[in-house]
Structure formats: C-alpha cells, structure tokens
Write a protein that binds this ligand. Sequence first.
Ligand code: SF4
Length: 445
Amino acid sequence: MPEISASSEMRGVYISTYGCQMNVNDSERMYTLLEMQNYNPVVSPEMADLIILNSCSVREKPVHKIHSEVGRYKKLKSLKPNLKIGVGGCVGQQEKKALLRDIPILDFVFGPDNIDELPQLVDELDSGERVARAKFHHQEPYQIQTLVRNPGVSTFVNITKGCDNFCTFCVVPFTRGRLRSRDDQEIVDDIKRLVDRGVKEITLLGQNVNSYSSSRGMNFSSLLRRLAKESGIERIRYTTSHPKDFDQELVDTMAEFRPQICDYIHLPVQSGNSEVLEKMNRGYTREDYLKKARMILDGLPGVSFSTDLIVGFPGETHEQYLETLSLLDEVPYESIYAFKYSPRPFTKAARWEDQVTEEEKSRRLTELIEKHRKIAFNLAKTYPGKVLNVLVESKDERHEGVVTGRSTQNKVVHFKGEDSLIGETVPVRITKAFPSTLYGDREQT
Ligand code: SF4
C-alpha cells in the first residue's frame, strides 16, 4: 500500500474519466487514494485544486479530447496558479513526455501501472517540478486491494492486469502492459472485506479474465470455485472473457454454482469472418466461436450473451462484413458494442494500407446496429410473464416508490418497492420489456 502524507489541509480533486469500465474503476481507486491524502472529491473543475484526466485510448480520438479538455482549464489555471492538472490512464502511458512538451499548463502524467504512486506523485508536485511517471512494473508481484469509497451493493474487483494477446488492433498490451494475475488468497480476503461492508455482488475485472493464473497454479475456473465457496459473496460476475480461453471447465463451474455465478457472459467476437479474425490475431475462427457459443448454451440454458464487434477492419471486404452481420442470426446477443475500426498507435493493423473508407465503415455500422435493434426487440418479447430474481441496487431516481436492480442475466429491472429492499434479492414478475430495461411487479412469496 502507498505511503500517505501527514498533511492536514483539505483540498479538492476532480477526475474526468473517459472510456471503459477498467478506467472507471481506476478513477475510483484514485479518488480513494487521494482522499487518504486529504483530497476531497468535488463535482466541478472550478472547485478543484487538482484535476486529473483519466483517459482511454482503446477506441476514440483521446489525444485530441485531452488537448481540448485541458485547453478549457487554461483560464482556471491563470485564476488559480496553485491548481495542478494531470493526465493518467492509457493516454498518459502512451504519450508521456509529448503531453508535457505540448501542453504547458499540464503538471504531471502517469500510466495505469502507476496509480498507486499517485499520493507520492502529488506530494512531489508541491516542489513546483513537472512529473512524468509511466513505467511498467512487469517483474514486480501484483498486489492491489479494492479501494472504493462507497462500494454499494455491487462493485468491481480487479483480478488481472494487462494482456499478452496482442490483437493487431488493440493498444492495451502497450498501455497496460503484460498479463499479471493477482494472488487468489488476496482476492478471497479482499472480497470478504467487501462482504463485511455490505457488498452483495462483485464483478471480477481484467482485460482477459480467462487467462487468470495464480502463482499457486490456480486457473480462472478454480478461482471462481474458490470464491463461490469461501468468500461469502452472494453473486459473482466477470468481464472480459476471451473466446479462445473459454472452455468446458468454465461452463461446468458456472453451472455448478448457478445462480451464485451469474448467467451473463460478455464474449467479444470482433468479426464473423475467419480470415479477418486471423488478421486480427484473435486465435479462433468463426466456426470455433460458434462451437463455443453452442457449448455455453448447452451447459447453461437461458444464459445471456453480449459481444464486441468491429466493422471496417483493414481490408475487410463487403462479403467478410456480411459474415459479421449474419453472426447475429446465430448467437442470441442481448446487447452488442459495435465500433468502426480506428487505427491505434503501436498496433500492427495501424500500419496496414488497405483501410476501409469512413463512409463505408459508417454504413456497415448503421446496418449492423439496426439489425441488432430488431433482434433485441424480439428477445425482449420473451421476458413478459417470466419471474426473475432481482438484486436491488438503488431507488429509481425518476420515479417515487420504484427501485432498480439487475437479474442474474444482467437485465436492468424496475419495479415498485421500498428503499429498504436495496441489497435484497427478490423475485419479480416481468410485465413490460424493452431491449435494455424490464419492468415488473414484485412476486409475493
Ligand atoms: S485480448 Fe486482444 S482486444 Fe482484448 S485486451 Fe488483449 S489484445 Fe486487447
């Protein structure tokens, strides 16, 4: 754990977060570490003494976004000369000194592997020097404790860092480093502490959780079994899985600990064409993927699927794209996260010349999303009349006397109920269903 300074002066910190769940989780960790350093979270940059832009470089045009957001703080900095501004996350790692060189009002940059050094780094800023901290700790043991201010009913627990897969479109191995797995005993202890704080559901988090491997030789399935038996947690989810590492043992483990291990699997396919998948270095073909999906549906009937899809990967022909489109007829995805391919620094695919035009990528994306919208509406029609066990997470802020929770299939369900139900799992009969939200009535038991 980091050393905490003895400073008693309270200051304000504002963190602007871009990107994936991993980044949201990292921001929460930063807030907690800085709170121990006497920084209070504030709701606007104007109230802050410290502003951090926690950036993601997996999908969008993050460097431009960083430049434009920091640009907006120029006036603030001139009014408040002691204000410190930093960039963390994947862009901090990727751009390092270039950011300090190009943005004079920036005080510090740091990478995802340096979050735990934030308290010391912030202390160093008091000397007036600008700081860059973006070194990987590949060789060091990976220890981390979940730090969340208000964990609520459901929270995330990190189990792996980085990735060794080097998909040709992905920057993660370059910004988050090589795969490291956390010690299984530490994870059990961590979750027990969260259970003591009232947490009912955890989501195990990693870029590729199926390649988890502890120093004691425990794989992901055995970790799940251990957590289900020993941690006392009511529900377990996990994300993200890699199709090539998804095996029968994992299906059997999920079936054995149903419903404690939830009926929801995010299984990113990326493309429905085997040649494109090979160029992506995904390690499976269309047929392999479909076989895995069938294996999962046979072992876990009723399980809910979601996926990630990329259209317009370099060289993707119209026929190859049609195979991605047709995959939606084969696997009953409740939701999809579809993106236009965009080149990322350091990656192989960014150097390939046969890039699909923006216009064509947009056309493919619109068609894919439209096709899935219809499928999702049809899937939603199967819910009315069903009774789902809903873990209540919060009150519905927009409707008095209504609470919101999620089913084991990760469906968001709203129903009439008291706030005292928060943290309880209750049966709800579904009366109305939309692709992303269900409505129902509490079933009296
Ligand atoms: S599995 Fe591929 S897409 Fe996922 S994080 Fe690793 S390199 Fe990136």
